[in-house]
Design a protein around this ligand. Structure first.
Ligand code: NAD
Ligand code: DAU
Length: 354
């Protein structure tokens, strides 16, 4: 059995669905169910005996230790995190607690468990830490993409907390020999993406006739990867990655935010035209920029392609078409997610702007 943490969130739930869909080992899914965790994402697994859900915190020593031992866990995939940059600016405390202290606790519990295993099980055990390209900081327009050896230069409380967790993972390998792997991935998009993040927020607001908020000049660049490609990369690293190595994962899809929003509007104009024939682009509104907003991220994913044979299967065009269609087909999912707590967030974040 593998332990997936944060498996009710956006990428975690996609990973669990893909993993079980591929007929791999049973999954123990540990998730605290913060505002970002949603069991509705896993509804199709109801009654599936290969999926066990436990509501709990990766920072809970007793719980994590007991789960590892009782279920003879073979590998841990750590998705659990506070993940939204804007929330980290408004309130960094939870980010330090979960991303730093939580990862520390998970590592310690795994180390103690791993030390009790037989030589064979010890050899087979893996701890895969899911991290982000944001730890490398911001690139200038003409600079080459981040490689695995790029200096860590995090600029937000979120990226600093993820950088800290990456360093802890590295230290648990070098000091204790824990068999760890780290992946650093670019911006994901696809089904079950919480509508506080750019792509689902814009789709949701567009359909509601609300402003589409663009921070600053909208020329910040992100490298977009369809979520199932990320899940496939993690499976590949878990299966074939070299212990102690880090792997960059990216989509080779660098796009300015305004271009991303234009793409969404074009797709919605085609598939859900507004009455009166106007374009959704008319809802675009420029709002106050994010403090410390990183200008550009770009991933050099040649190492994982060269060494492990992974490359993305979706283009930006095919991935975006699937994504917009998914949101059009699953409006109830977004409605359910956009509850009272979500509305409070939107009120705080976009007050006076949107
Ligand atoms: P998300 O916010 O959608 O989901 C996070 C999940 O973790 C939620 O289900 C939440 O309930 C759970 N969680 C939070 N604190 C917890 C705790 N203390 N104990 C147990 N569970 C807890 O995040 P996501 O976008 O799915 O990101 C998953 C991971 O991938 C994160 O580590 C993030 O840093 C990393 N990542 C995300 C992206 C992206 O574009 N979204 C890109 C690269 C890396
Ligand atoms: O790069 C990987 C990271 O991608 C992950 O580590 C994070 O967990 C994930 O949230 C994501 O971070 P970003 O800050 O890049 O994603 P977000 O969707 O919040 O913003 C994408 C870009 O769009 C960014 O430049 C900010 C901008 N933006 C965002 C929102 C929410 C807007 O212009 N308007 C908005 O309303």
């Amino acid at each position: 059995m593998i332990l997936v943490t944060g498996g009710a969130g956006f990428i975690g739930s996609n990973f669990v669905l893909d993993w079980l869909g591929a007929g791999l080992e049973p999954v123990l899914n540990l998730d605290k169910l913060t505002y970002a965790g949603n069991l509705e994402n896993l509804q199709s697994l109801k009654g599936n005996e290969n999926h066990t859900f436990v509501r709990g915190d990766i920072g809970d020593v007793e719980l994590v230790s007991a789960l590892l031992l009782k279920n003879k866990i073979r590998a841990v995939v750590n998705f659990a995190a506070e993940s939204h940059v804007d929330r980290s600016i408004r309130g960094p405390g939870d980010f330090i607690q979960t991303n730093v202290m939580g990862t520390f606790n998970l590592l310690e519990c795994c180390r103690k468990y791993w030390e009790t295993l037989s030589p064979k099980s010890k050899e087979d055990f893996r701890f895969l830490h899911v991290s982000t390209d944001e730890v490398f900081g911001s690139l200038g327009r003409a600079e080459p993409a981040f490689t695995e050896v790029h200096r860590y230069e995090p600029n937000s409380p979120y990226s600093a907390s993820k950088a800290a967790s990456d360093h802890l993972v590295r230290a648990w390998l070098h000091t204790y020999g824990l068999p760890v792997l780290t992946t650093n991935c670019s911006n994901n998009y696809g089904p079950y993406h919480f509508p506080e993040k750019l792509i689902p927020l814009v789709i949701h607001n567009a359909l509601k006739g609300k402003p589409l908020p663009i921070y600053g000049d909208g020329q910040q660049i992100r490298d977009w990867l369809y979520v199932s490609d990320h899940c496939a990369a993690i499976r590949r690293v878990l299966d074939r990655g070299q212990i102690g190595e880090t792997y960059n994962i990216g989509g080779c899809n660098e796009k300015a935010n305004l271009e991303v929003v234009d793409t969404i509007c074009n797709l919605l104009d085609a598939h859900k035209p507004k009455a009166g024939g106007k374009s959704y682009k008319e809802q675009i509104t420029f709002v106050t920029d994010r403090p410390g907003h990183d200008r550009r991220y770009a991933m050099d994913a040649s190492k994982i392609e060269r060494e492990l044979g992974w490359r993305p299967t979706e283009t930006f065009e095919s991935g975006m078409a699937k994504t917009v269609q998914w949101y059009l087909n699953n409006t109830q999912w977004t409605e359910n997610v956009a509850s009272g707590a979500y509305l409070e967030w939107v009120e705080q974040q976009y007050v006076g702007n949107a």
